[in-house]
Design a protein around this ligand. Structure first.
Ligand code: PGA
Length: 247
C-alpha cells in the first residue's frame, strides 16, 4: 500500500470574525507530518490567506458556485476563491445537502468547476442515523461517492471525507471499526470507478466529533488518511492536539 500523507482540515462553518481568526491562525502548530488546512467562512478568506501562509497552513472555502461568473447573486466562483488565496474547497457537506437541498448531481457540477479552476476538493459523504439503523449506509455512501465525483477528479485533486451525519457536532463519534470499515468500502468503490492505483493514492478523511481524545485511534486505522474537524478546529489547543496525533 502506498503511504498517503495525512490531512487535518478545519471546517470553521459559520463561526469566527476577524478578531478570532487573527488570534487562532498564528497559534496553529502545523508541522510537517500532515497537510494542515483551514476552511474559514468566505468573509475571512482574504484576511486568513496571509496568516495561513505564514503559519504553513493551507486555505480552503466551504462551498463554491458551479458557474464561472455572472448573475448569481450571493454565490462565489472558483476563480474568486483562487483570487482570495484558496487552494482547496469543501463540497457537499451534509449541512449544505440538508440546509440547501444540495444533491450529489449539484455537488458534481461544483466539483467539476472547482477542479477546472485549479482548486483541490474535499467531497463529503455520509449516511444519516436512520439509514444506518436500516443498514443502508453502504448503499447510500456508494451512491453519494459515484454521483458526486466528476470526470476530472483524480487522486491529486480530490479527497473524500466520510462524515456520518449522526456523528457531526453530536459528540457521538463513529467507532474506529465503523469508520475503518466504511473507509475501506469507499476505497473499493473508487478502485472500481477509477483504478486500483487511484484508490490507493486517494485520501479519505474521517469527520464527525473528532477530538483530541479519539483522534489517535481514528487516525491509526489503515484507511483513515486524516480528519475533517468542526468544533475542535476552533480552539488552537484542540486542533493542535489532533495534528499532533498524526504519526
Ligand atoms: P464536528 O464537525 O467535528 O463538529 O462534528 C465535523 C464537520 O462537520 O465537518
Amino acid at each position: 500500500m502506498r503511504s498517503r500523507k495525512k490531512m487535518i482540515a478545519g471546517n470553521w462553518k459559520m463561526n469566527m470574525t476577524a478578531e478570532g481568526a487573527l488570534a487562532l491562525i498564528p497559534a496553529i502548530a502545523a508541522g510537517d507530518a500532515a497537510d494542515v488546512l483551514i476552511c474559514p467562512p468566505f468573509t475571512l478568506l482574504h484576511l486568513a490567506a496571509q496568516e495561513a501562509a505564514r503559519a504553513g497552513v493551507l486555505l480552503g472555502a466551504q462551498d463554491v458556485s458551479r458557474y464561472p461568473m455572472g448573475a448569481h447573486t450571493g454565490d462565489i466562483s472558483a476563480e474568486q476563491l483562487r483570487d482570495a488565496g484558496c487552494q482547496w474547497v469543501i463540497l457537499g457537506h451534509s449541512e449544505r445537502r440538508i440546509d440547501h437541498d444540495e444533491s450529489s448531481a449539484e455537488v458534481c457540477h461544483k466539483a467539476e468547476a472547482a477542479i477546472k479552476a485549479g482548486l483541490q476538493i474535499i467531497i463529503c459523504v455520509g449516511e444519516t442515523l436512520r439509514e444506518r439503523e436500516l443498514d443502508q449506509q453502504n448503499v447510500v455512501v456508494e451512491k453519494q461517492v459515484l454521483d458526486s465525483m466528476p470526470d476530472n477528479a483524480d487522486a491529486r485533486n480530490c479527497v473524500f471525507a466520510y462524515e456520518p451525519v449522526w456523528a457531526i457536532g453530536t459528540g457521538q463519534t463513529a467507532t474506529a471499526e465503523q469508520a475503518q470499515a466504511m473507509h475501506k468500502f469507499i476505497r473499493s468503490v473508487i478502485a472500481d470507478e477509477l483504478t486500483p492505483q487511484a484508490a490507493d493514492y486517494m485520501r479519505i478523511l474521517y469527520g464527525g466529533s473528532m477530538k483530541p481524545d479519539n483522534a489517535a485511534e481514528l487516525l491509526g486505522q489503515p484507511d483513515i488518511d486524516g480528519g475533517l474537524i468542526g468544533g475542535a478546529a476552533l480552539k488552537a489547543d484542540q486542533f493542535n492536539a489532533i495534528i499532533a496525533a498524526v504519526k
